[in-house]
Ligand binder design. Structure first.
Ligand SMILES: Nc1ncnc2c1ncn2[C@@H]1O[C@H](COP(=O)(O)OP(=O)(O)O)[C@@H](O)[C@H]1O
Ligand SMILES: [Mg+2]
Length: 503
């Protein structure tokens, strides 16, 4: 009998069987990865383990005792802790105050601050989690806040720690330190459940892997005895090419030029004197940790956000003062990061969504009137070409999975045949199979001589697709590298704000 078992767990949501008789067995001190594509049921399973959801069927056995956790309070009581993706911390309080919150050591009626600080320092030292107990949380970088969440769980005597997609918010350097922390926890007897869809992380840090697909366990693997291809097959049910096929080709003339661009964000300078040129037949990747000005840069380029200085040129024409439609006419198309709000209309049909932006052009519009037959044929063609899984062209797109909705957006934007494509997080939240397809489409677009600006928080995506890479940090370009110069360590250093010493 394993230390921790989840037995025959079933969880239904309206219309979805999120966990379908899932069995999970984890040994004490093990780092166990839970893998699967988006929607596979990973977070649901972990929510059941942490008492956030009650299972419809099945139960948990921990240390030989049968349990069903009715709430996180029950789970914490039995030593289960969870680090959430969006941290639940008090920003204006200090590190130690956050950690001991509601379990403060007391001296008579008062909180014993000295004792609390000492306990936090001891805990941090024991698990190798360096942190300053008296720092204000509001001043700390994300990686340190995450460390604080882990300490908070340990202070509550967690023996099992659940981390759900913990590296999504981290720089590569921070991710490496997190893995060290995780290994340290395991050495100290703590059991770690690591939820992720990133293969390199699983290969680097886990002992064993449970793979979910469509709510069911499809494989149980020992990390040392498996490989990424086998894991992806278990995740997707088929063979997926992990490498993008891409040949070197010379870049052509400049299609998009950004000169000394300045954008003031909501409460700070978001883009600070950014200049670059994007050429025909080239994919230029913008790397950076989310929140370093990439979104504002893209919004300014496509016309969703005003600029506060500098210029944007498409094929030599200054479009800085033009509205969105004017920029599209100048030859720009845009795959927006937020596919369900900016890039599509959920209650509208696939047909309407695929025609957006074409509704003033022939053959879809003639003399200001929409030609419904053309629209329908157009939608059917794109649905077939992009293998979009949808009941029909009149089905509203709001019901589609992330991958299929993203294919609608990409089909429409590529159909514009615009010389400049701005692709913002083009595969976020999309499953491995759709990623492969989207990457191949972007490379084909480049090979047709189009110019692509790729903004992505996934370093592996930037590395797989880009011909050149620039790194943004705090609104500025801190590095501009050829693909050959850009290895993960170098990029990681720049993404963390490390400057010229290395270059
Ligand atoms: N609170 C909820 N209400 C309804 N459906 C949900 C809820 N949480 C998850 N689901 C659905 O359950 C399935 C599994 O989701 P989830 O466990 O979040 O997957 P993963 O973490 O592997 O991406 C998905 O189809 C998702 O839409
Ligand atoms: Mg999840």
């Amino acid at each position: 009998m394993a230390f921790l078992e989840m037995i025959d767990i079933v969880k239904r949501f309206p219309g979805v069987l999120a966990n379908d008789h899932v069995n999970l067995a984890v040994e004490q001190g093990e780092i166990h990865a839970v893998m699967g594509e988006n929607g596979a049921g990973k977070s649901t399973l972990m929510a059941i383990l942490y008492g956030l959801h009650a299972p419809d069927e099945g139960y948990i056995r921990l240390d030989g005792k049968t349990e069903i956790f009715r709430s996180p309070i029950d789970a914490i009581e039995r030593g289960v802790g969870m680090v959430h993706q969006s941290f639940k911390l008090f920003e204006s309080l200090t590190v130690w105050e956050n950690i001991v919150y509601r379990r403060e050591p007391r001296r008579g009626l008062f909180i014993d601050a000295k004792a609390a600080q000492r306990q936090v320092a001891e805990l941090a030292a024991r698990y190798g989690l360096p942190i300053d107990p008296i720092a204000r949380v509001g001043t700390l970088p994300v990686g340190v806040r995450q460390r604080l969440e882990i300490l908070k769980a340990l202070y509550r005597h967690a023996r099992i720690l659940i981390l759900d997609e913990p590296t999504a918010v981290l720089t590569p350097g921070e991710a490496v330190s997190l893995f060290e922390v995780i290994r340290n926890l395991a050495v100290n007897g703590c059991t770690v459940l690591l939820v992720t869809h990133k293969l390199n992380e699983v290969m680097a840090v886990s002992d064993r892997i449970t793979v979910l697909r469509d709510g069911k366990v499809t494989d149980r693997l020992v990390t040392a005895e498996t490989n990424p291809t086998e894991i992806v097959r278990a995740m997707t049910g088929r063979n997926v090419l992990l490498q993008v096929g891409k040949t070197a080709r010379p870049a052509g003339e400049i299609r998009l030029e950004v000169k000394h661009l300045v954008v003031d964000g909501r409460n700070r300078r978001a883009v600070d004197d950014v200049s670059f040129a994007l050429r025909s037949g080239e994919i230029l990747g913008i790397a950076g940790v989310a929140g370093n000005g990439q979104s504002e840069l893209v919004e300014a380029i496509v016309g969703l956000w005003p600029t506060d200085g500098g210029a944007i040129l498409v094929d030599g024409k200054d479009v800085t003062a033009l509205p969105i439609a004017g920029r599209r006419d100048a030859g720009m198309s845009y795959i927006a990061e937020d596919r369900s709000r900016t890039a599509s209309a959920g209650t509208a049909s696939a047909m309407d969504n695929l025609a957006l932006g074409f509704h003033r052009r022939r053959p879809i519009a003639v003399h200001g009137l929409l030609n419904l037959r053309e629209m329908r044929g157009w939608a059917r063609t794109l649905i077939r070409k992009f293998d979009i899984r949808i009941a029909g062209e009149t089905t509203p797109v709001g019901t589609l999975s992330g991958g299929n909705l993203q294919k609608i957006v990409i089909a429409r934007e590529l159909a514009h045949d615009a010389p400049v494509l701005i692709a913002e997080q083009p595969t976020r939240g999309v499953d491995v199979g759709a990623i492969e397809f989207i990457h191949a489409e972007l490379v084909a677009e480049r090979d047709r001589g189009h110019a692509i600006l790729l903004v992505s928080a996934e370093l592996s995506e930037i590395m797989a697709l880009s011909d050149r890479i620039i790194v943004m940090f705090e609104g500025r370009i801190v590095a501009s590298l050829t693909r050959a110069e850009a290895d993960e360590a170098t990029l990681g250093l720049y993404m963390a704000g490390g400057r010229k010493e290395a270059a």
